[in-house]
Each structure stands twice: as structure tokens, then as C-alpha cells.
Design a protein around this ligand. Structure first.
Ligand code: NDP
Ligand SMILES: O=C(O)C1=N[C@H](C(=O)O)C[C@H](O)C1
Length: 249
């Protein structure tokens, strides 16, 4: 069955294998290429869309190669900070019609958790993020936690919320976690876990906990396929699957 031609880069990895299987199972998509670390990307086997699921060190060059060949890209790899996104935006200006989706998290529940955190953040004195992943993950904090911190910080700044109270005066071992956009982020790596996050929001006398659990990688596949099907309709750079789901209204 032919349809949108899809190549998966990072095809041998945990996510890459799941993405190949999901594309193969979809009647409207055709898996034309599986690329690993040592493969020449070339013309991406004639793909219309590449799904990029590698490692943060390799992702920018891989995506740049695809865009240079006029291939739309759905990027799941973490590590896309503002500097990397800025370089990609510049490249996309020279590639009109090419779409790139950078999705910090493809799970619908995680996208909703981030959106709910953004909305709730201005109503609470304190916000902290706890992200928990399998111990084979190479980067910390997770891309999801980084994006959540950014959204939370933007919402609080826009609403004029003061910094969260914190009397800590001595923390020689960094027990208070990393600070991303001023939001404390705590990373756990534990055998048995897949991908989990809690956003803790506190006020006097109350705590709201927003929690999402990806219990298996199938949780990401609906989002991957949505990205593949829609990326050509969104030329330029889109950050976050919410923009393809109508959640940005
Ligand atoms: N957005 C989302 O919803 C999700 C994002 N992720 C992210 O996706 C990425 C991949 O995760 P995961 O599958 O668990 O990781 P894995 O380590 O299982 O897979 C990464 C794969 O990329 C390959 N690779 C490394 N460099 C290159 C390269 N230059 N070209 C082609 N392939 C390359 C690796 O090959 P080799 O084995 O030879 O090194 C490996 O097969 C991570 O950044 C992770 O954070 C994960 C889950 C969900
Ligand atoms: O490496 C993972 O597993 C995951 N990576 C992404 C991230 O860094 O946020 C998405 C999800 O958390 C799983």
C-alpha cells in the first residue's frame, strides 16, 4: 500500500523500532527507509517525511540534512534548546514549504499535562517539576521537563507572579535540583520506569499535583503518526504537538 513515504532515523533505538512498527501498521503510510548511526542519509530513500529519534548530539545535523533535501521532519529527540531552535528557524527560512515539528513529548496525556501546568502556574506560589525515567536515558533533565519549565515560567512572568518562596541558604550538594527558567527540576533515573513527570504546585494549605505516566512506548505512537500526517501542512518550525491538536487556541 503506498501513501506518504516515511523514513525513520534512529530506527534501531527503542523509539525508532516502535515508530517503524507504527508506520508499517498504518494503511496511509509507507515505510521506505530505516537509518542508523552508520548509514548515509542521502535522499532519505525518497521519503516525504523523516521521523528523527536519535540522540541530542546527532539530532541537529540530522534534521539539517533532511531540511536541506526538502524532506519534512518530525523530531522527537530531546535537547532542542533555544540556540538549536534558532539555527533551525534560520535554515527553514531558506527552505520554504518544508515543515519541522519538534515535539518534546508525543504522548497526548503529557501534552495535556504541560498545557494544564502552564494554565495553573500563575495561581500558585510554588512550582517544582519531578521527572522520572528509565536509567538508559542519556540526557537530564528530560526535554519534557525543560519545555514544561519554560511554559510555566513564561505564564508566571506574564501574570507578574513573584519568584517562589525558598529559604534554602545552604545546598552544597545541589539537593534543590537544577533551575530551568527559575523553576526547580528534579531528575530520577530508575530501573523499571519508562517516562513519568509530576508538576507540583503549592499554595498555603493546598498542593495540586499534575502527573503523567508513559507506561510503555506505544503511548508516543499516536502523536508520532499525527506529526507525520500533518507536518507538511505546517511549513516552518513548530515546537510542541499541541499546535497540531488545536490545544494552542
Ligand atoms: N518526544 C517524545 O515523545 C519522546 C522522545 N524521546 C527521545 O527520543 C530520543 C531517542 O530515544 P530512545 O529511542 O529511547 O533512545 P535509544 O538510545 O534507544 O535510540 C537512539 C538511536 O539513535 C541511534 N543514533 C545515534 N546517533 C545517530 C545518528 N547520527 N544517526 C542515526 N541514528 C543515530 C542510535 O544508534 P546506536 O545504537 O548505534 O548508538 C540508537 O539506535 C531521545 O532523545 C529521547 O529523549 C524518547 C521517547 C519519547
Ligand atoms: O528518553 C525518553 O525515554 C524520553 N524522552 C523524552 C524527554 O526527554 O522528555 C520524552 C519522554 O519523556 C521519554
Amino acid at each position: 500500500m503506498s501513501g506518504t513515504k516515511v523514513a525513520v532515523v534512529g530506527a534501531g533505538g527503542r523509539m525508532g523500532r516502535a515508530a517503524c512498527a507504527a508506520v508499517e501498521a498504518a494503511d496511509d503510510l509507507e515505510l521506505v527507509g530505516r537509518f542508523g548511526r552508520t548509514d548515509e542519509l542521502g535522499d532519505l530513500a525518497g521519503a516525504d517525511v523523516a521521523v528523527e529519534l536519535t540522540v541530542p548530539d546527532a539530532s541537529p545535523a540530522t534534521v539539517a540534512h533532511c531540511v536541506g533535501r526538502g524532506v519534512h521532519v518530525v523530531v522527537g529527540t530531546s535537547g532542542w534548546d533555544e540556540e538549536r531552535l534558532g539555527r533551525l528557524r534560520d535554515q527553514l527560512e531558506e527552505a520554504p514549504g518544508v515543515g519541522v515539528l519538534v515535539a518534546p513529548n508525543f504522548a497526548v496525556g503529557a501534552v495535556l499535562m504541560m498545557e494544564l501546568a502552564r494554565r495553573a502556574a500563575p495561581f500558585f506560589e510554588s512550582v517544582e517539576i519531578l521527572e522520572m525515567h528509565h536509567p538508559d536515558k542519556v540526557d537530564a533533565p528530560s526535554g519534557t521537563a525543560a519545555r514544561t519549565a519554560e511554559l510555566v515560567a513564561e505564564a508566571r512572568s506574564h501574570a507578574g507572579v513573584p519568584p517562589a518562596p525558598d529559604a534554602t541558604a545552604r545546598d552544597p550538594d545541589g539537593a534543590r535540583g537544577a533551575r530551568l527558567h527559575g523553576v526547580p527540576v528534579h531528575s530520577v533515573r530508575l530501573r523499571g520506569l519508562v517516562a513519568h513527570q509530576e508538576v507540583l504546585l503549592g499554595n498555603p494549605g493546598e498542593v495540586l499535583t499534575l502527573r503523567h505516566d508513559s507506561l510503555e512506548r506505544s503511548s508516543f505512537m499516536t502523536g508520532v503518526l499525527t506529526g507525520v500526517r500533518r507536518v507538511a501542512e505546517h511549513p516552518g518550525l513548530t515546537v510542541g504537538l499541541e499546535h497540531y491538536l488545536g490545544l494552542d487556541a
